[in-house]
Design a protein around this ligand. Structure first.
Ligand code: ZN
Length: 325
């Protein structure tokens, strides 16, 4: 069975996997990801070489390396905006990685590189091997530090005119809202990502409406993280549930708008915050149902993604395998 490598550059680590065309993960390698160009490129190089060593004895056809990066990446493989990893801005990932890896992988065979946005990679992975398997119309909402997104429509990844489609986290949901890392105001990810939860929680605590959340953060406002909200909610704290409800409502608003435009069969919720989905997803489903018009049979189904933290890396490999484009 043919195989490929998939590498995913996150804010804190670079994860690499060797995956075959049936979706089996054959090998895994990890490096820390620091906010410096050299560290990112060196980490990618190391991970690829480690996977290559680990799978050196494998005789099946090798189809290349897919790399998922957190930001706007154009069709040439150059990164433009990367608000959550500023050092990578204007980085030509394709040229840098081909010069570092050419001749060093699979005994020097010609190397095919596929570079794409990490949210796009995640939806590719879920459609190839996960919760979107076999579906031609899928929207992925990955809730991490920000919101990553990926859209598959009629079986193909939606890329837009410049390759930048799917930046769903920066849809404006409140015109006079809080400033976003992208420089605009009121973006969706300021309400619904990890940093959005944190912002809402700090705001509630500052207004005296999140005493247990604040206590869990040692009484210090700027140490409040989204995990404190979920811990307090699990303990039954009503103020924390108020924050969770706000998150659920904004999540539903964004999904409802995207569903109107794209008409996906399923909306997959992934990313780190999906681990706490049992807290906010039921309310999200209810708010989403309120926004629906017409027959409920036409509504997209919201479900959890299946590949977890490996989705981006596995999806990058799926793209290198040519399973989706
Ligand atoms: Zn933004």
């Amino acid at each position: 069975v043919a195989f490929a490598f998939g590498l995913d550059v996150g804010g804190t680590k670079i994860l690499g996997v060797g995956v075959d065309a049936s979706g089996s993960v054959l090998a895994e390698a990890k490096r820390a990801s620091l906010n410096s160009r050299e560290a990112i490129l060196h980490g990618l190089e190391d991970v690829a070489l480690e996977l290559d060593t680990e799978l050196a004895g494998r005789e099946d056809e090798f189809l290349g390396i897919g790399i998922g990066v957190p930001g706007l990446v154009d069709v040439a493989g150059v990164m433009h905006e990367a608000p959550n990893l500023p050092a990578a801005e204007e980085l030509d990932v394709r040229s840098a990685m081909s010069s570092r890896l050419e001749g060093r992988i699979r005994d020097g065979k010609a190397l095919r590189l596929v570079i794409d946005n990490d949210g796009t990679c995640a939806v590719a992975g879920e459609v190839a091997f996960g919760a979107g398997h076999g579906l031609a119309d899928v929207l992925m909402v990955a809730l991490g530090t920000g919101i990553g997104g990926g859209i598959v429509s009629s079986g193909r990844i939606v890329r837009g005119g410049h390759g930048f489609a799917g930046e769903i986290g920066h849809m404006v949901v409140q015109v006079d809202g809080p400033r976003c890392v992208c420089g605009r105001f009121g973006c969706w990810e300021q309400f619904v990502s990890g940093s959005g939860h944190r912002r809402l929680a700090r705001e509630a605590a500052a207004a005296g409406r999140a005493s247990m959340v604040l206590a869990l953060a040692g009484g210090e406002l700027d140490r409040i993280e989204s995990a404190h909200v979920f811990t307090a909610a699990r303990a039954g704290d009503l103020e924390a549930w108020g924050i969770v409800d706000t998150v659920a409502k904004y999540l539903a608003i964004g999904i409802a708008n995207l569903v109107e435009v794209l008409d996906p069969l399923v909306v997959l919720i992934g990313g780190g915050a999906a681990n706490d989905a049992e807290l906010f997803l039921p309310a999200t489903q209810e708010y989403f149902a309120l926004t629906r018009r017409g027959s409920s049979e036409c509504a997209a189904e919201i479900r959890l993604a299946q590949l977890g933290p490996r989705a981006g890396a596995v999806g990058a490999a799926a793209m290198a395998l040519g399973l989706i484009e």
